[in-house]
Write a protein that binds this ligand. Sequence first.
Ligand code: ZN
Ligand code: ZN
Length: 412
Amino acid sequence: METSESFLKKKFQEYYRKVKLGKPLEIEKREFGVGEFGKKITRRHLSFSSHAQFNQFLQTEAPFYVSYSNAYYQFPARTPMTAKKLLSSDLVYEFDADDISTNCKNQHDSWKCPKCQTEGKGEVKICPNCSNGTQQEQWFCSECLNATKEQMLKLIEIIENDFGFSEGLHINFSGNAGYHLHLDSEKIRMLSKEARIQILDYLTFHEMDFEQTQFLTTVDKMVYCPSLEKTKGQHRRLMVYLEKVISEKSVTDLASIGLVSVKKIKPFLENRLKIVEKLRQGTMLPLPGNFSDTQKFWQSLLTYAVEQNTLAIDRQTSVDLHKIIRVPDTLHGGTGFLAKSIPLPEFKKFNPFNDSIVFSEKPVKVFIKNAPQFSLGNQTFESMQNQKTELPEFAAIYLMARQKALLAEDFL
Ligand SMILES: [Zn+2]
Ligand SMILES: [Zn+2]
């Protein structure tokens, strides 16, 4: 009898027989890992001498997940890790919708407390009733994936403008809820772990100690910041953002961000043009009344600017030289989507819920255990619970891979 798992495997196999991969670069120096149904990595320390051998493996085994090392090794299959002899490593940045808070999560995510059975909608990690850790049910939609894309676009801008890295940038969809950026130019490959940490700290404002960098200084009851002319890179981005906050936010928003009363801030904001003009020159104008309010206000605004401009990069992926990550253009066993490589000019209009679909529209009978409403391949599927139905193959594979549906024969 065909099970959901064997059905998926058969489909993955058909795909790998049809499409040959010409990636990754320098395949013979990479370590590979594969996973099974429901488990991302079950075997590591695999290596392939050529793309032909790798493709042969994919066709025979049709793994549910395929990962490879950012690192290049002399002996990629050897264990322990030190025996592999590290040669160099690509730099990889990973963004996941998981790490970015968006309103849509209140629609499609839910949680349940395993201890007291309380449940609800949204992203709640600690049970409000008994403080136990909750079990979370996560889904992803265009809104959270777009927020993830925005983060990636910001990163690329900084990487190109502040670091001058313009070659060897490759983006791919993760196959589930995020995007990966691989940088593989010669210049980058040789960066030490320390250098990678420094870059990451810069991107996430980790290096930003307000006192030490003297971003804000106080002299004779006046607060000063660097003038726009004199700042560059991330600090300039903060200054530009502060200007935007002052110019565009409402009085109530600015009172709440700046931790001061509306009454106090209202007269102050009457001449916003002047505040911005002074800010550009490096002077943060005082609020009426106590100087402590002025300090608190500007400090809070700066903290807010840092929060809003910090990239939600997965820290470990970028600094762990031995990490393995999804091979671009392989299938993701938790969705059936292709972890598709996306040429840089096409990234803005990439839609993962259409463009990463590789399976057909042929109807497949499934038993749906539990699924919220979702959109895929230009179609919207209604929320269903404990229901037998017919879905296009790509949607059936998506729900089966997510373990939210079973092949109908399986159930009968
Ligand atoms: Zn509870
Ligand atoms: Zn969403």
